[in-house]
Design a protein around this ligand. Structure first.
Ligand SMILES: N[C@@H](CCC(=O)N[C@@H](CS)C(=O)NCC(=O)O)C(=O)O
Length: 202
């Protein structure tokens, strides 16, 4: 029996899980299915009907992305991606949370853009943009930590950055102010196949 991952190639949260599955060499143990297709909604195993959702071979239903990643880390590589030394753990969790906050804000912008132009709110976009810009500025000063530690924080920052580029680079200028992040992310290309092979696409 295999794992079953409810997935979408555009979802940054799902990509976090996929990157970890790659890193742990578990891709052959997973069936990947379209996670939010109209067919899957009625029978979705996650009561929140969200992706990622991971069903284990013994039918445990896991969500959200952080719980799934922690499950995989504890089971297959204890404390490698969620370190257990106090200072390192807290810093890792903080930067991971910031990255997830960027995903949340970027996704809110995407959802807002999809609303009918008559009811779409530019204020919502500006409000979320401020969060994205401030969080990325903070992360721009943390690239030494990110470069020194390949864990759930660095994976999630890379995924959040790529998602912001994928969805928002026409609306927000990311070419200024983020030189450290840009260099760090460029440096991972060709080094981390788990990131190279999971880039978002429509
Ligand atoms: N906190 C959740 C967020 C998951 C999430 O919002 N996924 C989006 C896709 S990127 C989703 O399922 N949206 C459908 C919905 O909210 O109905 C996690 O980390 O897994």
């Amino acid at each position: 029996m295999k794992y079953k991952l409810y997935h979408s190639p555009t979802s940054p949260y799902t990509r976090k899980v996929l990157v970890l599955l790659h890193e742990l060499d578990l891709l052959n143990s997973v069936n990947i299915v379209a996670g939010l297709s109209p067919d899957s909604i009625a029978s979705h195993p996650n009561p929140l009907i969200k992706i990622p959702t991971l069903v284990t071979p013994d039918k445990l239903v896991l969500y959200d992305s952080t719980v799934i990643c922690e499950y995989l880390d504890l089971k297959y590589s204890p404390y490698k991606y969620f370190p257990n030394k106090f200072d390192l753990r807290i810093k890792t969790l903080l930067l991971h949370s910031l990255a997830v906050g960027v995903m949340d804000a970027a996704l809110t912008c995407v959802y807002e853009e999809r609303r009918d132009a008559k009811i779409r709110s530019n204020e919502v976009f500006i409000h979320q943009k401020i969060k994205i810009v401030k969080a990325l500025s903070y992360l721009n000063n943390e690239t030494k930590f990110l470069a020194d530690n390949w864990n759930i924080a660095s994976i999630s920052v890379a995924v959040a950055w790529d998602y912001a580029m994928f969805r928002l680079k026409k609306k927000i200028d990311f070419t200024q102010d983020y030189a450290n992040l840009i260099n760090w992310r460029e440096g991972l290309k060709g080094q981390k196949i788990s990131l190279d092979d999971t880039l978002p696409f429509e």
